[in-house]
Design a protein around this ligand. Structure first.
Ligand code: CAA
Length: 266
């Protein structure tokens, strides 16, 4: 998909065409990149191309981008996987008979989500309306979720005979705990805004017409922080869950030495 910035170069036009086919739009404005799920007529349902397009955006993001916002065009964030693919529309489904090939295939799609945890960027999901299945998992892949009060999260996969496999199970359990994660996934029920805020699935909940403003304020606050300190702190916080206290104390010392050297020019 090549360079995915918006600079008017020929390779950029090709990248834009690739993203359009993937149902995505990328707008880069200085340190802020906005990725828009852009198939509103299909409720931003996602195809394999969408996930590959997301991975391509992650690979080609300009190095001065510090914040990435993910949002959905139209009435909702995303209705999850494009159900047309189950009935043979577009690229067909693998039947899983070749386990190694299927493993590689799913790993390629997961790359569309894993880059969102990179420490050099902060990722913000601006979620309104339905965020179902792969859409819910995309929001979970982001560092911070800002939700409109009409948000509806649903992990629909088990109801369709599948498991959530787009990196969502780990953040879900880390955020809401194993019991609640089991209850939500195995009933495929919908979580509305009040409960989402209570469970920590959304850090900020605002009225629907205030979503863009709230995201803009958050982005401004994130950009106001020292860039190097932001990168080091994100790295540190993501390590915390896996580390012992001793390992985490050592990680804090290591990062602080880096910061001190940077600040005092050693
Ligand atoms: N795939 C393909 N098309 C979809 C779609 C989807 N997931 N969701 C909606 N659409 C299409 C509809 O077919 C409809 O198309 P037409 O206008 O041509 O009829 C159009 O989008 C508008 O849909 P609705 O009229 O249903 O819109 P709504 O606002 O009333 O309802 C909705 C929205 C609740 C999201 C509903 O469309 C819905 O339930 N969609 C299916 C959701 C779903 O089951 N997704 C799969 C999740 S599991 C997953 O994602 C698996 C994975 O990653 C592995």
């Amino acid at each position: 998909m090549g360079d995915a910035t918006t600079t008017g170069r020929p390779e950029t036009a090709r990248a834009d065409a690739g993203l359009e086919k993937a149902g995505l739009r990328l707008d880069v404005d200085g340190a802020v990149a906005t990725v828009t799920l852009n198939r509103p007529e299909r409720r931003n349902a996602m195809t394999f191309d969408t996930w590959r397009g997301l991975a391509a955006i992650g690979r080609s993001l300009p190095s001065d981008v510090r914040v990435v916002v993910l949002r959905g065009e139209g009435p909702c964030f995303s209705a999850g996987i494009d159900l047309g693919m189950f009935s043979g529309e577009g690229e067909g489904f693998t039947d899983g008979s070749d386990a190694e090939a299927t493993d590689r295939f799913i790993a390629e799609l997961q790359e569309g989500y894993t880059w969102l945890r990179r420490p050099d960027i902060v990722t913000v999901a601006a979620v309104h309306g339905h965020a179902i299945g792969g859409g819910f998992q995309l929001a979970l892949a982001c560092d911070i979720r800002v939700a409109a009060d009409d948000v509806k999260f649903c992990m629909k996969e088990p109801a369709l005979g599948l498991v959530p496999d787009l990196t969502g199970t780990k953040p879900l359990v880390e955020i809401i705990g194993i019991g609640r994660a089991l209850e939500l996934c195995l009933t495929a029920r919908t979580v509305h805004a009040d409960e989402a805020a209570r469970l920590g699935l959304a850090e900020i909940v605002v009225p629907r017409d205030g979503l863009d403003g709230a995201v803009g304020d958050l982005v401004a606050s994130l950009l106001a922080v020292n860039p190097g300190a932001a990168v080091a702190t994100k790295r540190l916080l993501w390590e915390a869950a896996e580390n012992t206290l001793e390992q985490q104390c050592a990680a804090e010392r290591r990062e602080q030495i880096g910061r001190l050297r940077q600040l005092f020019g050693k």
